[in-house]
Design a binder for this molecule. Structure first.
Ligand SMILES: NC(=O)c1ccc[n+]([C@@H]2O[C@H](COP(=O)([O-])OP(=O)(O)OC[C@H]3O[C@@H](n4cnc5c(N)ncnc54)[C@H](O)[C@@H]3O)[C@@H](O)[C@H]2O)c1
Length: 263
């Protein structure tokens, strides 16, 4: 891959949702770094601090900042740190999701609770809105925001339950923000990724079977890699995608185009 051909050179991009080397945000950051972007990283809490600082040093990081996205004060602090370092922000990667374990296990009629619904929607969907709401006045005129979603938003998927509802809400948020921020030169898109083994994914009951089904019942006849998501993310954050906004871009080996699998 010729990373120089991707136009993110010199762009200042905030990456939210890095936990460890398996995180999709790690693969995205690695491609962005190789493509010449300057990065800033946030992390959920002290548990991740050591890894984030090491990762930041190795991947062109300008700063790291703790940010629990369930807190408006933390979101404000994160954006003010980015603004004091950079002035303007050219891109944001939101790669965050969480549901309590009992919400993503078993049938929905047994699993769902009001509290589980609220937490899942707050962290997995509102966190995106809260972040963009705080950041947009400080984004440059040619900037781009991306988030990560999954096809469980569109089609019922075993055990995914309330996370599917939150992802549907997230995808709708992308369209609403894209509609009104476009005139300010800010593009907003999501990537719907096929399953990848990460910390968040291992919380979903039956994730291994999800991985196997995607790997076999998909046009490309294999699972996708986090690097492939990283490449698409770099494209969406770059000027190469200047005409694209409000979209859900599938990086899933074509899984979403089939009504049923072909033998
Ligand atoms: N792995 C997959 O199969 C897959 C497929 C499609 C979409 N996604 C989406 O990709 C995104 C990244 O997930 P991942 O698979 O890389 O897993 P991950 O566990 O590496 O990343 C999830 C991140 O969310 C962060 N997070 C959770 N609650 C938070 C909070 N309150 N404040 C701040 N950060 C918080 C975690 O710290 C972690 O960094 C998620 O939105 C996930 O739903 C994942």
């Amino acid at each position: 891959m010729d990373y120089n051909s991707i136009m993110v050179e010199g762009k200042k991009i905030l990456v939210v949702g890095l936990a460890n080397k398996y995180s999709i945000a790690a693969a995205i950051s690695s491609v962005l770094h190789k493509s010449g972007a300057t990065l800033g990283f946030s992390y959920q809490n002290e548990r991740f601090e050591k890894f984030i600082n090491e990762f930041s040093n190795a991947n062109g990081g300008d700063f790291t900042q703790v940010c629990d996205l369930a807190s408006d004060a933390d979101i404000k602090k994160l954006i003010s740190t980015a603004v004091s370092k950079w002035g303007k922000i050219d891109g944001i990667v939101h790669s965050v999701g969480f549901a309590p374990a009992d919400q993503i296990s078993g049938n929905i009629e047994e699993a769902i609770t009001r509290e589980g619904f609220q937490i899942t929607h707050d962290v997995s969907s509102y966190s995106f809105s809260g972040l963009v709401k705080e950041a947009y006045p400080h984004m440059s005129e040619n900037s781009s925001v991306i988030t990560l979603t999954y096809i469980g938003s569109q089609e019922a998927t075993p055990n995914y339950n309330v996370m599917g509802m939150a992802k549907a809400s997230l995808e709708a948020s992308v369209r609403y923000f894209a509609a009104t921020l476009g005139a300010k030169g800010i593009r907003v898109n999501s990537i719907s990724a096929g399953p990848i083994k990460t910390l968040a994914a291992s919380g979903i009951k039956g994730f291994k079977s999800m991985l196997n089904k995607h790997g076999t019942n998909t046009p490309l006849a294999r699972n996708i890699t986090s690097e492939e998501v990283g490449n698409t993310a770099a494209f969406l954050l770059s000027d190469m995608s200047s005409g694209i906004t409000g979209q859900t871009i599938y990086v899933d080996g074509g899984y979403n185009i089939q009504a049923t699998s072909f033998d």
